[in-house]
Design a protein. Sequence first.
Length: 404
Amino acid sequence: MDKQITNLIGEEVQRQREGIELIPSENYVSREVLQAMGSFLTNKYSEGYVKKRYYGGNRVIDEIEALAIARVKKLFSTSYHVNIQPYSGSPANTAVYFALLHFGDKIMGMKLDHGGHITHGLPVSFSGKAYKVVSYGVNKKTEVIDYEDVRALAKKEKPKLIICGATAYSRIIDFKKFAQIAQEVGAILMADISHIAGLVATGLHPSPFGYADVVTTTTHKTLRGPRGAVIFCKSKYKDAIDRAVFPGLQGGPHNHITAAKAVCFAEASKPSFKTYCRQIISNCKCLSSELERYGRRVISGGTDNHLLLVDVRSYGLNGSKAQKILDNVNISVNKNTIPLDTLAPHIASGIRIGTPAVTSRGMKEKDMLKIADFIERALSGKRQEILKKEVATFAKQFKLPGAL
Ligand SMILES: *Cc1c(COP(=O)(O)O)cnc(C)c1O
């Protein structure tokens, strides 16, 4: 045993046990997913694809990778081609661009301060440096995507690739409308469902399959699997995508993670996972309306999914300060820009709150009322020492998934 690391892991487990985790991209994996991640599979090199490997000794790995692919197709009821090897969401998106575009081509994604992801064309990211970027946002009044605005921008700019999907957007995304727009301007459509994958898999959010040419997702957010990603594509893009992942961008696949993905896909196919996802949404709606009841402004007036954005200026705070205050009482959220934010992303006017992790711990609507009360008291400047103890006592009542 490595004493120093073991102690630090112990401290982190304690932090997770005593805290309320409201970062919408985080979750707790099952014991079974943890076991697959911590397995001997990490020892093996398997560059290439099933039955087309560069090294010997891959009989078992081939079976594991084929099983993961079959399970994820079943989970999303799709016949799209699957590449299961991307190390994480950002490399997956990069691989799609590398496969389908030339450097300098035009891409169109959602603005970061309106909910898009860094890899959807932010200037500091590879996506923003290698490609020309145009971005759509939400309507200023409704704070919801206006598909006529998206269409107008697409017609004017004629991007080669349109990206839909977001990292901080609390409403339903209409993939069918995006597909119509893409078709009208001759663009390829990519749907990045990293955040909502669990909701899509269980039919609680419309699916992009059949509409998007390419679908990417992480496996560690609502899907509750290991850190990693998957790319799905229509068969005409199959070879380009596979070549872009390996040897284009990556070397050997992380076989222990592939196995953990397979475990996660089986778990997410169970009826209990759908019950879980329903509860995520109910909890989120409950938390949102409770914060509104306290007079706080929730962006777009509510939520259809697993997250909500709160404008924290009414507390006399910015997002960065709010995040720090909540952190001090063991509540994890992240600062987030809100539409038309006048503050820089590292300060921001809002916080992003999500319910996937707390729902995995078994929390229900009545617990959301408690959490709203904690947030309200913390951000209104109530005594932090007392609150921190209350939060820990509250959180410790709920088992940490994956823990023995
Ligand atoms: C989280 C996320 C990613 C990136 O995933 P990483 O695994 O952190 O690289 C990409 N796209 C969207 C929409 C995301 O939410």
